[in-house]
Ligand binder design. Structure first.
Ligand SMILES: NC(=O)c1ccc[n+]([C@@H]2O[C@H](COP(=O)([O-])OP(=O)(O)OC[C@H]3O[C@@H](n4cnc5c(N)ncnc54)[C@H](OP(=O)(O)O)[C@@H]3O)[C@@H](O)[C@H]2O)c1
Length: 283
């Protein structure tokens, strides 16, 4: 396996098994540098969002590398203030423009029940928003569509009106924090699980169990986290803005965690805190 090996989505679109994260990567020189370093290290899958404020720099950096668009997989996400049909449609067009591309490989509803839309009509707004993604998909602007931070009860809302089942759910999955109920739901519905914050947003590096396994394998804790994610068939999205770390995080295909090591990591609980409650987030 390598960085350009793929999983297959329910609509047969293929998606590279590791994506490059860009949350908290500032627009401008830092994003430009990080994207170029990632592409030079072999990543072909980039995860961004309108909320990250860096789509323009990412689009520019990609253009500057001259890498063919069809060898890249680019994901963006809908911002929380755009939970209605017209705003979501406009937001998709804006992301296309900012990323300097005619299509996105994947577009996600970032949060199911965000604060700006949390009124008595939020479920209808969510359904209308999903319809905007479906229509953009049918129009060829998006090769795949999905959601993020969804739990089974959010999928149940879409199910009432959807014509397309979401192809992806991007949720927080890292050692010590994985929502087994949502994972099982997605697996039963052929929804690919993307693992965000696979390194616990940088909080995992001091955990004794992770350090012990990393030392035994002569690997970094980051590599152990990414490998653990892959061996569970998740799609990890590690983020870094440092060239050496970006490169280091790609060396995850030339070793394997044993069943005992996997079980030890599986048993960790809360070492990097827990995912935000999507029905209570303050944004
Ligand atoms: N859908 C959502 O709601 C959502 C939410 C959160 C994240 N995400 C996505 O998932 C991606 C990853 O999650 P994340 O940004 O929370 O963090 P993460 O990938 O779990 O961890 C990133 C942190 O670890 C550090 N780091 C990375 N590689 C390292 C290494 N080899 N050694 C030491 N430190 C290392 C980074 O520092 P430096 O950058 O300084 O190197 C950064 O502080 C995001 O960027 C975003 O694309 C999505």
């Amino acid at each position: 396996m390598s960085l350009i090996d793929t999983y297959q989505l329910s609509n047969d679109v293929t998606i590279p098994v590791v994506g490059f994260g860009t949350w908290q990567t500032p627009n401008g020189a830092v994003a430009n540098f990080a994207i170029k370093a990632a592409l030079a290290s072999g990543y072909r899958h980039i995860d961004t969002a309108e909320m990250y404020g860096n789509e323009q720099s990412i689009g520019k950096a990609i253009k500057e590398t001259g890498i063919r668009r069809n060898s890249l997989f680019i994901t963006s996400k809908l911002n929380n203030h755009a939970h209605n049909y017209a705003a979501a449609t406009a937001a998709i067009d804006q992301s296309l423009q900012d990323l300097q591309t005619d299509y996105l490989d994947l577009f996600l509803i970032h949060w199911p029940n965000p604060k700006p839309a949390r009124d008595e009509n939020w479920k209808k707004s969510l359904q209308d928003t999903w319809r905007a993604l479906e229509d953009a998909y049918k129009a060829g602007k998006l090769r795949a569509i999905g959601v993020s931070n969804f739990k089974p009860h959010h999928f149940a809302i879409l199910e009432q009106t959807q014509t397309i089942v979401p192809m992806v759910n991007q949720i927080r999955i890292c050692p010590g924090d994985w929502d087994t109920e949502t994972i099982e739901y997605c697996r039963n519905h052929n929804i690919l699980l993307e693992a965000y914050s696979p390194l616990g947003t940088g909080k995992i590096f001091t955990d004794p169990t992770m350090k012990e396994i990393a030392a035994a394998k002569k690997r970094t804790v980051a590599q152990i986290c990414i490998r653990w994610s892959l061996q569970h068939n998740f799609l990890p999205l590690p983020k870094s803005v440092h060239e050496d770390r970006i490169e280091n995080n790609t060396h995850v295909f030339d070793f394997e965690l044993t069943d005992t090591e996997m079980a030890k990591i599986d048993a960790l609980d809360g070492i990097v805190g827990y995912a935000s409650d999507p029905d209570k987030v303050d944004f």
